[in-house]
Design a binder for this molecule. Sequence first.
Ligand SMILES: *Cc1c(COP(=O)(O)O)cnc(C)c1O
Length: 237
Amino acid sequence: MDTASLLRKNLESVQEKIRTAAERAGRSPDEIRLIAVTKYVDVPLVRQLVELGQRSLGESRPQQLWQRHALLADLPVQWHLVGPLQRNKVRKTLPCAEWIHSVDSLPLLADINRIAGELGLRPKLLLEVNISRHPSKHGFPPEMMEEVVSQLENFPNVAICGLMAMAGVEGDLEGARRDFRALRQLRDELAPLAPPQVSLRELSMGMSGDFEIAIEEGATMVRIGSALFQGILEEES
Ligand SMILES: *Cc1c(COP(=O)(O)O)cnc(C)c1O
């Protein structure tokens, strides 16, 4: 099969799995946004993905996001930064990323808020929580979140939309379900404490190996890379 056909088949298969997972959970598939994480593939392939109708794209490294945002500026896409953001990269990232999933400290949030004000932007942010407490994972410790949410009115130039997390151990699906459920429960506890203008509606959780579980547990955004490029990546390497 050629690359374009493989890509179409993979995208349709992921979309179908999103639909059936949503239906299993009694949810509407429209509540779930697929973010195609394109870090593994080159720009022409990203372009093909957009031609197939995919509009939400994610990158985990800020520099790569800047470059691709520029190279694909002619396309109607929306970029999501899903990986760590260093404070000295905020100014270059804000004009490129409509969404930042990886806000993991108050100093970073303060910088984003200040620079967004200077640039006249209002980025959409998710607060990343280290829900599994795994040392290799980023994010606020869960027990700090109440304090963080109580301070959110100090950041008027950003739209804080929800929480993001990764499962603690790749391949441990029961553990992933526990982590995703814990993130949703944490969100449900925090939502009433948030200032009136802040809705913690979004839950960004689930990747290629565990997105169906994440949807069953309430994900509104799934960040999927390798499942979209199956068969294509292996051919290239
Ligand atoms: C790479 C990456 C993904 C996508 O991972 P896959 O397992 O390839 O689907 C999702 N989220 C983050 C933060 C990533 O870095």
